[in-house]
Ligand binder design. Structure first.
Ligand code: PLP
Length: 387
């Protein structure tokens, strides 16, 4: 019999997609998966239609259309403070998702270790495992600074890379300059790559967005992953990018070519238009709109009896339901879908091991204020019934 025994058996299926399925089954408000339910900027949609009509319908250059790579280089110049050469430093991918796995496959060998903060974005562990590497987990506190001593202890002579996601999903943390300087020093000391996931770089309520690549000595050892999904509310377009030193770029492009050939050509053109033409105020307005959504949901959750630390960035909040129920988070998440009509993600899916004492679920607030208000009402009714 042919078996499917492979590295895939070392990780489980995505709980987030399962919660979305449950949400549909129970007609629940879906605050589980992180995709916006409002449209992308009209300019972007018009640019995509134009690109289709004008015939950008065949493969673009594997590592990205020259126009988009140029636009990305310009954007990282003004926003991230990094000089980038579109020919030697920029690769366009099918979302940040492909960017991360392509980067890891290009930089990590079987047997290497990759440091991942916990709680983590679901993909990092499986990405490392698919490369034959071993993820090594270090706690990311929700409220309070990173324990740099603990992080230092996680580095070994097998550490090839550390994945750093700020603003962070699921904690909402925005890492401070001091924390990033601490991480940078460890990368330099151990000759490790920093792979940064900056997909939420424009969604921030507190603090500054500091990229590791912009810190002294880090440019040559940092691979920056980002993309258009969150910034322009186009998670279905699958356009992301990588900024890397020339040697790493060459290796990453090789992997990327064999993984996907390239990102959708007409959508690359439309994203270039967005980067070139949307005014800089767009990014602030978008972040302000998310702040209003954050305040609406966090206020409602707090009134209903959840305990939480308001996120500093990204569009998720981890909320403790200990005052409302005393059951493990997978059971509570199912109860919330069925009894309240609101889908969340049990926080256990962001940790390597279940903790019987964990009473936390994650809400996504990338939804219109109407939808969030409807969810708030359902949660208030549910909470009233539990007291
Ligand atoms: N990285 C993080 C931290 C995310 O939260 C997500 C999506 O939720 C992604 C990457 C995926 O980005 P993309 O749509 O560009 O693949």
């Amino acid at each position: 019999m042919i078996t499917t025994a492979s590295r895939v058996s070392l990780f489980t299926e995505s709980v987030i997609r399962e919660m979305t399925r449950l949400a549909l089954e129970h007609n629940a408000v879906n605050l589980a998966q992180g995709f916006p339910d409002f449209p992308a900027p009209a300019e972007l949609l018009a640019a995509a239609s134009r690109a289709l009509a004008e015939g950008h319908n065949q493969y673009a250059i594997t590592w990205g259309s020259p126009r988009l790579r140029e636009a990305i280089a310009e954007k990282v110049r003004w926003f991230n403070g990094i000089e980038a050469d579109p020919e030697r430093n920029v690769t366009v991918t099918c979302g940040a998702t492909e960017a991360m796995i392509a980067t890891l496959l290009a930089t990590v060998n079987p047997g290497d270790e990759v440091i991942v903060f916990e709680p983590f974005y679901e993909n990092y562990g499986p990405d490392a495992i698919l490369c034959g590497a071993r993820p090594v987990y270090v706690p990311m506190p929700l409220d309070g600074p990173l324990d740099l001593e603990r992080l230092a202890a996680a580095f070994s002579d097998r550490t090839r890379a550390i994945i750093v996601n700020t603003p962070n999903n699921p904690t909402g943390r925005v890492l401070s300059r001091e924390e990033l300087q601490g991480i940078a020093a460890l990368c330099v000391r151990h000759g490790a790559w920093a792979i940064t996931d900056e997909i939420y770089e424009h969604i921030r309520y507190e603090g500054e967005h500091v990229g590791l690549a912009a810190l002294p000595g880090m440019r040559e050892r940092t691979v920056v992953v980002s993309g258009a999904s969150k910034t322009f509310s186009i998670t279905g377009w699958r356009v992301g990018w990588i900024l890397a030193p020339p040697g790493a770029t060459a290796a990453i492009r090789k992997v990327h070519d064999f993984l996907t050939v390239g990102a959708p050509a007409p959508l690359q053109d439309a994203v270039a238009t967005a980067l070139d033409e949307l005014p800089r105020g767009y990014y602030e307005q978008m972040s302000d709109a998310y702040r209003a959504r954050r305040d609406l949901l966090c206020g409602a959750l707090t009134r209903a009896g959840f305990r939480l630390v308001p996120p500093q960035g990204a569009y998720y909040v981890l909320a403790d339901y200990g005052a409302l129920a005393d059951e493990p988070d997978p059971a509570f998440a199912v109860r919330l879908v069925k009894e309240a009509g609101v889908a969340t993600v049990p926080a256990s899916s962001f940790f390597r091991a279940p903790d019987p004492a964990r009473r936390v679920v994650r809400f996504a607030f990338c939804k219109t204020e109407d939808v969030l208000a409807a969810a708030a009402e359902r949660i208030a009714t549910f909470a009233a019934g539990r007291r």
